[in-house]
Design a protein around this ligand. Sequence first.
Ligand code: 5AD
Length: 357
Amino acid sequence: MTPEPTPNREQIIEWLSQTGGQAAEALRAKAESLLFETCGRGVALRGLIEISNACACDCLYCGIRKSNRDVARYTLEEDQIVAMAKDCAARGYGSLVLQSGERRDRSFLDLVENTVRRIKAETQSEFLPRGLGITLSLGEQTEETYARFFEAGAHRYLLRIETSNPVLFAKIHPQGQKIETRLEALRSLRRVGYQVGTGVMIGLPDQTIEDLADDILFFKEWDIDMIGMGPFIPHQSTPMAGTLIPNAKERLDLALRMIAVARLVLRDINIAATTALQALDPFGREKALTYGANVMMPLMTPVSVRKDYQLYPGKPFSDEAAESVEKALERALTDQGRHLVLNVWGDSPHACARKNR
Ligand code: 5AD
């Protein structure tokens, strides 16, 4: 079988521009059916634990940026994180994500390494002989640090590029963060051996459809294994409060189209239905699943600190591990002809194929 040619930039721009009506529905249906063909109908779960909201960065869009004095900073204890991980495993979530503000201080790096080791050792079971799958999302680190965490047992890493347009990247990161450093970090992750995820924010001020098309081509060029992306949501205590952006409905629809197009171009990768979608629409994540997404990340952060991890407003505080929520999710999936896949790591077919190459 000859491989399908990658859709070109013109085609991608046309897809992303399809607002409303039959054309948008046709795009959705095409992405959904390609997903079923390449990855099946399963939805994999990762429990999301936000281990610290302390951050060394001052990204203009982010609610936990260093300069935001309104945030009470926290760091979870090793025992607490391991207990949450065991809870994930007991619920059948085969993987988890440890996320945090960007920190490179020694005590934090030690905490991550020790926690990863313990989670791998203490969540082994007949279902998960090698313990939970662990994805890290801890920002830019040195290659040595990435290697240290990999050696401890993490095997996937999410590092969003935020936008692949260098001019726009510089505008939202004026405090000395460089796109080149981000790109080098993505290269380091690959060299170390991680499955690599990235993503962008959708609907940033001055971001064009062409920029978003280039983001998709960037994912393709960098042979990315997984994507997490969602709408930009201005946070009141950041310098980007009140910036001129498309309205919430337009941003949501655009984010859903981005997911569909990412599926059509990247085919067999994992795409997360991200929480930011839910902040704009209570069923935003469930909708994303019908546009080609295949991963859900139920929030497992202790309820007491959730209010302190508000990257953007409207981030839900609800207890996603609550039985009623899990039931509601299963019902929604059944209605879509989908099902949860439990007790597996849920690596993307794309990453598995690379390993075999
Ligand atoms: N709106 C939407 N997404 C945001 N993020 C940070 N701030 C915002 C915001 N205001 C996203 C970034 C970051 C991820 C952890 O959260 O893409 O990489």
